[in-house]
Design a protein around this ligand. Structure first.
Ligand code: MTE
Ligand code: MO
Length: 403
């Protein structure tokens, strides 16, 4: 028994390493076509009544908190689950009122701009035919934790009122963005790359050419071995590991490559830090958000109730700047701390699962977790306020009732 328990993480680690590298993924092009057809994601449903929906997948209330076109994952639904968040449970953040239903037979990805020697477009078929890569990475909304600004600073902030459930980790399969940029003849003058979505708001936010050319910056067409679901950007989305959720543009339709620095609403007036502690950085109203900071969450209901008894108190910590080195947990709202046991796997720009023994006695409790990442960042006790409530990465005091 003991031996198996010890062997399992090692086994999983070896498996993960195979997948996290550039090993070709087992999902063949043919298999993907079969799945797309079986799921009815393709052309057959376009034009039916289903074509106008804020969210396509079911949103059971024991999985999600719904706020308009957004779904927040309930952390208690992750209790004791595996490393990856299943597609059914993955949070959704849609800026536009409807999920676009795109037909992969006619959809094209257009590459344009002065820093391309051979501007061109690609069909879905052409993308699927290229060598693929699979990586395990998180996507997290920049506004995850926004509610805590209200709790900590007493200021009400507009925007989706996330607690900590606007994050998920999945295995993403696709083609390196670098591959299509090279096929379009990207030149040495390239500085910024602007991906654009096909939703009503045409979400667009630039990334620097250096980030665009990284091995794990992918044009993604599969999520956890399934065709990318409509809510998550079918037929193609961008994965920009470690960066704010808004960078991971869904329903990709166009990519502009320029020798100039590029700007949109999403890196000048939104997704920038504005407040008394931040300076303007024209044309942006403040420092532009790039990587996600280190955070932690318990696999427990927020301000909910659990049964008394001896159990494992579980949680996860993550960072957009690396892997997690250390997590400390307090069962008494910060008076005393103990190190948590980190469980394998512990993947860069994804997350790590951890646990501590907990003798849960009846009454009201407040729990805290504080993580340190491999870039040397440790969650602070407080962070300065910003008007749009981004990047709340301070330690959180988690209320829980034991009965
Ligand atoms: N085209 C498009 N891409 C988008 C968005 C959007 O509204 N439209 N939302 C962004 C935001 S703010 C986040 S946090 C992530 C959420 O990804 P998910 O819905 O797959 O979880 O997608 C990003 N990509
Ligand atoms: Mo977001």
């Amino acid at each position: 028994m003991h031996r198996t328990l010890l062997a399992e993480p090692r086994h999983r680690r070896i498996r993960m390493d195979r997948f996290v590298g550039t090993a070709p993924f087992a999902l063949s092009r043919r298999r993907l076509f079969q799945l797309v057809a079986a799921a009815g994601i393709g052309a057959t449903r376009i034009g039916t009544a289903e074509a106008r929906q804020a969210i396509v997948k079911p949103a059971p209330p024991d999985f999600f908190l719904q706020d308009g076109s957004n779904l927040e994952m309930r952390w208690e639904a992750m209790y004791s689950r595996g490393y990856l968040v299943p597609n059914e449970l993955f949070f959704v953040r849609n800026n536009s009122p409807e999920v676009p239903r795109l037909d992969p037979a006619t959809w094209r990805l257009e590459l344009a701009g002065p820093a391309l020697a051979r501007p061109r477009s690609f069909s879905y078929d052409e993308i699927l035919a290229m060598p693929s890569v699979s990586v395990i990475r998180a996507i997290e909304c920049a506004g995850n934790g926004r509610n805590f600004f209200e709790l900590a600073h007493g200021k009400k902030i507009s925007g989706t009122r996330w607690t900590l459930g606007a994050i998920g980790v999945a295995e993403w399969t696709g083609v390196p963005l670098r591959e299509v940029l090279e096929r379009a003849g990207v030149t040495r003058t390239a500085r910024d790359v602007m991906p654009e979505g096909a939703d009503a708001r045409r979400i667009r936010r630039p990334i620097p050419i250096g980030k665009a050319m990284e091995d794990d910056t992918l044009l993604v067409y599969a999520m956890n071995g399934q065709p990318l679901p409509p809510d998550h950007g079918f037929p193609l989305r961008l994965l920009v590991p470690g960066w704010v959720g808004i960078s991971h543009v869904k329903w990709l339709s166009r990519i502009e490559v320029s020798g100039q620095l590029l700007h949109s609403d999403y890196n000048t007036t939104r997704y920038v830090l504005v407040g008394p502690d931040y300076r303007r950085e024209p044309p942006a109203l403040g420092p532009v958000l790039t990587t996600q900071k280190v955070k932690s969450a318990f696999e427990l209901p927020w301000d909910g109730e659990v049964r008394a008894g001896t159990r494992l108190l579980r949680g996860r910590s993550w960072s957009g700047e690396g892997r997690i080195l250390k997590v400390d947990v307090s069962l008494d709202d910060g008076k005393t701390w103990q190190p948590a046991r980190l469980r394998e796997p512990n993947i860069d720009k994804a997350w790590v699962r951890w646990d501590v023994d907990w003798d849960a006695r009846p009454g009201a409790h407040r729990l805290r977790a504080r993580a340190t990442d491999s870039a040397g960042n440790t969650q602070p006790d407080e962070i300065p306020f910003n008007e749009q409530g981004y990047s709340y990465w301070a330690v959180v005091s988690h209320p829980i009732r034991v009965s």
